[in-house]
Design a protein around this ligand. Structure first.
Ligand code: UDP
Ligand code: MG
Length: 327
């Protein structure tokens, strides 16, 4: 595309620009066609604006007919590409693979379940091409249709992570985003293994616009995120963008050293002055202190262990995904 841009520059020819739409899919057989139809409703807008599109489905190791349906679509529409993973690597890997493959001057990422309304794309495209933004992100302003307990923990997570890191991580932010090439290249330059896109998009900076929309419920199928999976993802996010838990471990350590020091002084003085006529007194409190402090120690060690394990995975430099088939 860069060559085209150069060409355009020299010849003064108004070549079309290319928009790549990346769609990570995991067992989405029932949504593929609906998604495609919905997306194609924007076709006249993009044609009018002189924009060509390519559609990159990333099949994240689906065990259903997702890949087959994408292939079926591809026989009808040559702008469709498919990257199939050898197994399920997670949405983060899917998005990264899509970004790597995308050739567009502009790139959009969106879910397959129609929770990211394709109708917003023209507005997003205009913001990037006409209003001078490098990326347009979206956030849902409500959590309609979500179990209340999940919403509660999600809100708590955003409050905590934003206290712990300087990178802005916006509550309700979706991965649905349209970016220009500069922004995409910046995201691609972050090759970390433990990817947390909500943080990465904020970390790279640039001029960003937020579009808000009301939560749309999944068209068909089930969410791929169990509560436990989300919990682990939240912890990964905190560890990827903050070292505050490590600092917390040290602060707790210092605090308990101080407490211990005061206790030692008190015990020594008491021993010298009144002595301890009955040395069985105080075993219960002693047991509590030992249990509590060893709990804190294990907790802190656990935090260090978590960071160590992340570093271990990072150092191995394993690929983020393995491609089984490309179309
Ligand atoms: N997804 C994926 N790999 C996974 C899990 C999900 O590619 O391991 C895709 C999924 O097919 C969908 C998008 O990521 O297009 C968002 O997933 P989902 O709708 O399950 O998440 P939610 O919207 O409930 O947060
Ligand atoms: Mg969804």
């Amino acid at each position: 595309m860069r060559i085209f841009a150069l060409f355009k520059h020299f010849k003064g020819i108004d070549l079309m620009s290319l928009l790549s739409v990346i769609v990570p899919c995991y067992n989405e057989q029932d949504n593929i066609f609906d998604f495609y139809d919905e997306l194609m409703k924007n076709e006249s807008f993009f044609k009018g604006a002189g924009v060509e599109t390519e559609l990159i489905f990333v099949d994240d190791g689906s065990t259903d007919d997702t890949a087959a349906r994408v292939k079926e679509l591809a026989t009808r529409d040559r702008r469709i590409h498919l990257v199939s993973f050898s197994r399920n690597f997670g949405k983060e890997a899917g998005m990264y693979a899509g970004l790597k493959k995308a050739k567009g001057d502009y790139v959009a990422i969106m879910d397959c379940d129609l929770q990211d309304p394709p109708a917003l794309l023209p507005q997003m495209y205009k913001a990037v091409t006409e209003e001078g933004y490098d990326s347009v992100a979206t956030r849902r302003v409500d959590r309609k249709g979500e179990p209340p307990i999940r919403s509660f923990f999600a809100r708590a997570f955003y409050r905590i992570i934003n206290k712990m890191t300087k990178t802005e991580i916006v509550d309700g932010a979706r991965d649905f985003r349209l970016m220009n090439r500069k922004f995409v290249d910046a995201v691609l330059s972050m090759e970390e293994y433990n990817r947390f896109s909500k943080g990465i998009f904020g970390w790279v900076g640039f001029k960003n616009k937020w579009l808000e929309f009301e939560n749309v419920e999944r068209k068909k199928g089930e969410t791929k995120w169990s509560f436990w999976k989300l919990f682990i993802y939240a912890l990964d996010g905190i560890m990827a963008f903050s070292t505050a838990p490590l600092a917390m471990a040290s602060i707790l350590g210092v605090f308990f050293c101080l407490v211990a020091f005061v206790f030692i002084v008190v015990i020594i003085i008491r021993q010298w002055t009144v002595g301890d006529p009955n040395n069985t007194v105080g075993w219960a409190s002693m047991a509590c202190i030992v249990l509590f402090v060893s709990g804190v120690q294990l907790f802190s060690l656990g935090i260090v262990g978590q960071y160590l394990s992340k570093t271990y995975l990072e150092v191995k430099k394993r690929p983020l995904y393995i491609v089984k088939e490309e179309l």
